[in-house]
Design a protein around this ligand. Structure first.
Ligand code: GLA
Length: 388
């Protein structure tokens, strides 16, 4: 649906008025490496995508927040006095969580009509939810003329909305990538200090292909929060002998020496993933800076293996798709991306192999799982913005 069609739909839903709706866009993101490290104060390397969420928004004279989406039939009309209450398990909780944050910050709210339209596959590990949250936060800041909120504040409040209102204990990576993303750059972020660098993504003859397993996973109902707890447990054990509050503070060498202080083998494996993955992000950034694509790909493969074996968040569908990809000559690396348990893979593929990749991985994956895959060529794009 193009912008004109979306505007017509908006007017059909909410009626004409003197004021035109404004349009905002927030991308989704793909994480290249650094998985399940963000909530552990580790490193990540995501980038913003060309796919994302459009939002048309217009002030309303009614004391209501009216929410509709092109992607979902469910609509809501929330009285301003009721902002702060969840609406069952509906998608509207993502934007409502942002309204709630504004309310908590004592920013005076007024009525608004909103219409969303996203082209990120839902529940596929490409951050469709953070994209809705960030586009709402950015748009509300602009509509209400809140000058004291900078991008980093929006990133933090969107994360709080997801943690407190939606109930997923996610880290800050998704919102950060969506807020700070830059065209043709990967975002190298230290989730402990929030220092970041934009690293030029010079792929020199290679393409990033996202493969959707079409095995959906809902984060709130998944084992994501369980992993968060297991990592906290690892910290509790390690802190008995070493002052540490997050796994990201420990280097791999340190962990190697202290790992026996974690008596539980499962918890030790979770920590091993996080701490080794952190080191892989550092190595991946230096390979990118050197233009060493082969090394970068090898680190992606190692990341998947650790997520499969140590962290156990892959599952048969992601493993099948990655295995099919890794078989192909011209694929330098392939791994799951996002939370896991389904969703998407990301592969680094030589340009002359892209078509063969889509054909072979699609066929091999379907044979193994009975599911049809979808593929998207990633174009690394800018972060959240107004569309004029
Ligand atoms: C989800 C969360 C992120 C991050 C990834 C795993 O996408 O929203 O914060 O934890 O999983 O790396």
């Amino acid at each position: 649906m193009d912008l004109l069609q979306l505007t017509n739909l908006f007017l059909a839903l909410y009626g004409e008025s003197d004021e035109k709706p404004r349009c905002f866009f927030a991308p989704g993101r793909v994480n290249l490496i650094g998985e399940h490290t963000d909530y552990n104060g580790g490193f990540v390397l995501p980038c913003a995508l060309q796919y994302g969420t459009y939002l048309l928004i217009r002030p309303s004279a009614l004391p209501l927040v009216r929410l509709a989406s092109e992607n979902n039939e469910y609509r809501a009309e929330i009285p301003l006095s009721a902002v702060g209450k969840r609406d069952g398990d509906q998608w509207v909780n993502y934007p409502l969580g942002i309204f709630d944050q504004f309310k908590q910050m004592n920013i005076p709210l007024s009525g608004f009509d909103l219409l969303f339209n996203g082209d990120i596959p839902y529940s596929a590990g490409l951050s469709s939810s953070a994209s809705i949250e960030m586009v709402t936060a950015y748009a509300l800041t602009a509509m209400l003329n809140v000058t004291r909120l900078e991008m980093i504040d929006l990133v933090k409040l969107a994360r709080r909305a997801e943690n407190e209102f939606v109930g997923v204990n996610c880290g800050i990576m998704d919102m950060f990538a969506i807020g700070m993303g830059k065209k043709d750059h990967a975002l190298f972020l230290n989730c402990l200090t929030l220092e970041y660098k934009q690293v030029p993504l010079l792929l020199n003859g290679y393409t990033l292909i996202i493969g959707n397993t079409n095995k959906q996973r809902g984060l709130a109902g998944s084992r994501y929060n369980e992993r968060v707890v297991e990592c906290q447990l690892a910290v509790t054990y390690l802190s008995q002998t070493h002052p540490v509050s997050k796994l990201g503070e420990i280097s791999f060498m340190q962990f190697y020496k202290m790992q026996e202080t974690i008596p539980d083998e499962l918890v030790r494996m979770r920590a091993r993933h996080v701490i080794s993955e952190n080191q892989r992000v550092l190595n991946a950034v230096s390979s990118l800076l050197k233009g060493d694509i082969l090394q970068f790909g090898a680190l992606m493969n190692a990341s998947h293996e650790s997520l499969r074996y140590n962290y156990e968040v892959t599952g048969p569908e992601l493993d099948a798709m990655v295995a099919e990809a890794q078989k192909i000559n011209g694929v330098v690396g392939s791994r799951m991306t996002g939370a896991g348990f389904g969703g998407c893979t990301v592969s680094l593929v030589r340009n002359d192999t892209v078509e063969l990749f889509i054909e072979r991985v699609g066929a091999g994956y379907q044979k193994k799982t009975g599911l049809e895959a979808n593929f998207y060529l990633a174009a690394v794009s800018d972060g959240v913005r107004e569309v004029v």
